[in-house]
Design a protein around this ligand. Structure first.
Ligand code: HEM
Length: 470
């Protein structure tokens, strides 16, 4: 048995360790680069904090499947999110997680899909209108920001059944999500939790915006409770209705309001920090490979016919090429490129003893881009995912594909996420042709809380080749 100290790793400096080599916005790429050099388990030090970096898929499965009892998520992340005031399921641990997970996942699955599709169609229509105007005027669109606004609309509809009207100037929800996310990222890199002792002006701005939103959500919870008491529904139209209908999350008091707010915050924050990234990367590849866009468009046209009803866009779930395209995009550009866990007891990983509490950074993307797991793993090739086996190339190791994590703490929003990404893709290829407004080489990966394109400025043209485009 080897010790943690015997793990390979990049040379460290006194006091700073490897901190001087890690640029936060490129952290995922640096860790992946070191995995190439030092292997499936290596060590680094961020200041005085020792860390182990793991990229071996079978070992990741072993570790992740023993959560929350043998490994927990990063304690620092939990305390920051709790201090911010939105401690959702993602940071719940132990028995608290055991109790919360079925409530969260059960309510999410109970939302009536038809009701949500109608609302999704309204938000997609807003985006289409905005981009049609830009296409007519020749204005460059900030596609990443527009996708964030779309996701704010969709997440608010899914979580609360409320139209956030995020495309309107001065809309509050995108502003709030920007503030909370920026604070979260900033506090992750601050060594001392200063906010427990004093508030900076930016902390107070966030506190006030969050308090205002909390007040609105509490009022809504109260109203929906009263409405459902008077007229129960069998098929909830949003997550809040599903929570109140399905689960006894407590009586109508401050405690239960807070529990519901935390669940709602989970839907909003997880959506905001993942979906715009995945959507933006799909548009990036569609723009980069126009012939694939043509192929997808033919498939989508065949599936949707002449319908103008965007709530029918879920029919694209049956488009194999479109689904394969999304799978391939999320293999090469997953929103979550790494995550962190800590062992709750001393443990052994790949023959090395790892002390309790050591931060273990788990690389989610790395295994999925290795040739040993996916043939020609670094190359974009959607056909590898087609159900028709003639396209299948070996190896094709789906256990190394960790975009939504590993049970029991895998992503409960996967179904909703995929539905929204596919619908956006159908809307885009049905209505627009696109070109990058900057050289493609400038559209680079940027690690924030999750991994996004640094920017995605696009020139759009309205599609003119098909009279049935809607
Ligand atoms: C492209 C979109 C998304 C991606 C790539 C994604 C990915 C992930 C990943 C990798 C995890 C960690 C899994 C693990 O530790 O094994 C996770 C957890 C989670 N996701 Fe997602 N997610 C997405 C969208 C969503 C949406 C839309 C929601 C809510 C509606 C959501 C809610 C959650 C929650 C609550 C957790 C924590 C689960 C737990 O700890 O039990 N996610 N997600």
């Amino acid at each position: 048995m080897n010790t943690y100290q015997q793990l390979p790793g990049p040379p460290q400096l006194p006091l700073v360790g490897n901190a001087h080599q890690i640029r936060p916005q490129r952290m995922h790429q640096i860790l992946e680069h070191w995995a190439n050099r030092y292997g499936p388990l290596y060590r680094i030090k961020a200041g005085h904090i020792p860390m182990a970096i793991l990229s071996d898929a079978p070992t990741i499965h072993q570790i992740f499947s023993t959560r929350p009892h043998r490994f927990r998520r990063l304690a620092k992340f939990q305390s920051i999110v709790t201090d911010l005031g939105v401690p959702g399921l993602f940071v719940a641990e132990g028995d608290d997680w055991v109790q919360q997970r079925p409530i969260f996942a059960g309510a999410l699955n109970a939302v009536n899909p038809s009701a949500f599709n109608l609302k999704m169609a309204v938000s997609l229509g807003r985006l289409r209108d905005k981009w049609e105007q830009a296409a007519t005027s020749g204005e460059v669109v900030d596609a990443y920001r527009d996708l964030q606004l779309l996701v704010a609309d969709l997440a608010s509809q899914l979580a609360l059944g409320v139209d956030a009207n995020a495309f309107a100037s001065g809309a509050e929800l995108p502003h709030l999500l920007d503030l909370v996310t920026a604070k979260l990222v900033q506090r992750l890199y601050v060594p001392v939790p200063y906010w427990r002792f004093f508030r900076l002006p930016s902390d107070r701005t966030m506190d006030n915006a969050l308090a205002k939103y909390r007040h609105q959500v509490y009022a809504l919870v109260h109203e929906v409770r009263r409405r459902l008491e008077a007229a129960p529904v069998s098929s909830p139209s949003c997550y809040l209705e599903a929570l109140i209908t399905r689960e006894r999350v407590g009586e109508c008091d401050e405690h239960s309001h807070r529990a519901i707010f935390n669940h709602i915050g989970g839907v909003l924050m997880e959506s905001w920090n993942t979906l715009p990234n995945a959507m933006a990367w799909t548009l990036y590849y569609l723009t980069r490979y126009p012939t694939l866009a043509t192929q997808m468009r033919a498939e989508v046209d065949a599936a949707l016919g002449t319908t103008k009803d965007m709530s029918g866009y879920t029919a694209v779930e049956r488009c194999p090429f479109l689904c394969a395209f999304v799978d391939e995009v999320t293999r090469l550009k997953p929103s979550i490129t790494f995550s962190s866990v800590e062992p709750l007891e001393d443990t052994v990983i790949l023959g090395h003893s790892i002390p309790k509490g050591t931060v273990i950074m788990v690389l989610h993307r790395y295994p999925a881009i290795q040739n040993e797991n996916f043939a020609d793993g670094g190359n974009f090739d959607p056909t590898r995912w087609l159900p028709d086996a003639t396209h299948r190339r070996c190896p094709h190791e789906t256990a190394a594909f960790l975009r939504f994590g590993v049970a029991p703490r895998n992503c409960p929003g996967e179904g909703h996420a995929m539905q929204q990404i596919r619908a956006l893709l159908a809307l885009f290829c049905r209505n627009f042709d696109s070109q990058f407004a900057v050289p493609a080489s400038q559209i680079v990966e940027q690690q924030e809380l999750t991994m996004r394109p640094a920017a995605l400025p696009l020139h759009l043209r309205r599609r003119i080749s098909s009279p049935q485009a809607t």
